[in-house]
Design a binder for this molecule. Structure first.
Ligand code: AMP
Ligand code: GLY
Length: 424
């Protein structure tokens, strides 16, 4: 088979790494890819949102299956375009990708199908939003309706902060059209976890549990990021809780989407808040998590390609995924300053040394090559992922890798996996 992976971050590096191991794969392409992916796949210089060009490439190369990593092409309708051209593709179509692309869409779906989540209201009028905040009081959460690269959510501890967030989103339009409407919801406390399930629109195939670390600094301090590290399994998700998430959240979501004439296929990402053993949905995403994909895919024993293909074809029969009985921990090495501004083009050392370490993968995210030298080129730069017999060993392995890699102003958290250790 010829497979094309769309995207160029750590998640896509992990996907390419896993897909490349399948005996079914003859040629693997990645668009646009990155220098790490280039060691496994043929990188094609087409951006992930150039849908027409990607479609032309897939037709010309007779790609058998395209796998989409990031949300932006999904919400732009890449799946619809490929399917119209008779090409097989893994991911939800544009209508179904609204589950991530529009907070109002996903909140309405949850309300309609009684899926546990925070109480909320949507607003298109600034004055109404402000009045609601005053009525509800703080803490309260303000969300821009559309995609805002993970920055459109403000967890406000005071009414003033919440109103300032509504001003920024609706009056100053800091997230552009993503802020034409806002969702204001109840603050949920508890422990977060990420839950993923493959689906063909009818059947579901859950993955192992995982958890990421969203805040930039140790001890969950500082601003939210795309994710500073992740581990799998997540002990907070017990076997009973796993079943409850599947029954009370994943199944009714997939059934509800189908009943609404908007069947969802691909991978469903459920962001959860767990309190007193009860799960509630924080958000849905229409794709794999990044960095959760890195530890999950390192633990996955089953061939991923038949699963991706079955989802794309609406023929998902497989009932379970086999996992390595190991823990995996991914530590993200980021550019100093991220999620704010940072310097690019700084040379990264130690990658060859890290490559010598067993049970360790250094997944590239924001890197590029300058005259043969790997340099940083984005906020999250590398996802150093270790496998171990248990979480403590996986943490040690990942940090063993981190210790040999460096560049000027590198930033990483030193407590990735600590919550899992506390529960172990
Ligand atoms: P989202 O983009 O919806 O995942 O939100 C980003 C982050 O904001 C989440 O991972 C949570 O840490 C936090 N968050 C979002 N909604 C809520 C909520 N209702 N209560 C508490 N924290 C929330
Ligand atoms: N790790 C969070 C995300 O992928 O959105």
């Amino acid at each position: 088979m010829k497979i094309l992976v769309v995207g160029g971050g750590g998640r896509e590096h992990a996907l390419c790494w896993k897909i490349a191991q399948s005996p079914l794969v003859e040629t693997l392409y990645c668009a646009p890819g990155n220098p790490g992916i280039a060691e496994l796949a043929e990188c094609v210089n087409i951006a992930a949102d150039e849908i027409e060009t990607l479609c032309e490439f897939a037709q010309a190369e007779q790609i058998d299956l395209t796998v989409v990593g990031p949300e932006v092409p999904l919400t732009m309708g890449i799946v619809d375009a490929f399917q119209a051209a008779g090409l097989e593709i893994f991911g939800p179509n544009q209508a179904a990708a609204q589950i991530e692309g529009s907070k109002s869409f996903s909140k309405n779906l949850m309300a309609k199908y009684q899926i546990p989540t925070a109480a909320y209201q949507s607003f298109t009028e600034h004055a109404d939003a402000v009045a609601y905040i005053k009525e509800q009081g703080a803490p309260i959460v303000v969300k821009a309706d559309g995609l805002a690269a993970g920055k459109g959510v403000i967890v406000a501890t005071t009414e003033e902060q919440a109103i300032a967030a509504v001003d920024d989103i609706m009056l100053d339009q800091v997230f552009g059209s993503a802020g034409a409407s806002v969702v204001i919801e109840e603050f949920m406390d508890g422990e977060e976890a990420s839950f993923f399930a493959f689906t063909d629109g009818k059947n579901i195939l859950p993955l192992a549990s995982s958890q990421d670390h969203k805040r930039v600094d140790d001890g969950d301090q500082g601003p939210n990021t795309g994710g500073m590290g992740a581990y799998s399994p997540a002990p907070v998700v017990t076997a009973d809780l796993h079943d409850e998430i599947v029954d009370s959240i994943v199944k009714p979501t997939i059934a509800g989407m189908a009943a609404d004439g908007c069947p969802y296929s691909g991978i469903l990402y459920v962001g959860l808040m767990i309190k007193d053993g009860k799960p509630r949905v924080v958000e849905f995403n229409a794709r794999f998590g990044d960095p959760e994909a890195q530890p999950l895919l390192m633990r996955m024993k089953s061939d991923i390609v038949p699963v991706l293909q079955a989802c794309a074809r609406g023929e998902l029969q497989q009932e379970a995924i086999e996992w390595h009985d190991k823990a995996a921990v991914c530590v993200v090495m980021a550019s100093g300053g991220y999620p704010g501004s940072f310097k690019k083009g700084l040379p990264i050392s130690g990658l060859n040394d890290a490559a010598q370490i067993d049970d360790l993968m250094v997944f590239h995210a924001g890197t590029s090559l300058q005259e043969g030298q790997v340099v940083n080129n984005g906020g999250r730069v590398l996802g150093v992922t270790g496998l171990g017999d248990h979480v403590k060993e996986a943490i040690e392995k990942a940090y063993q890798g981190v210790a040999v890699i460096s560049w000027d102003q590198v930033h990483f958290r030193k407590d990735i996996g600590a919550r899992a250790l506390n529960r172990a």
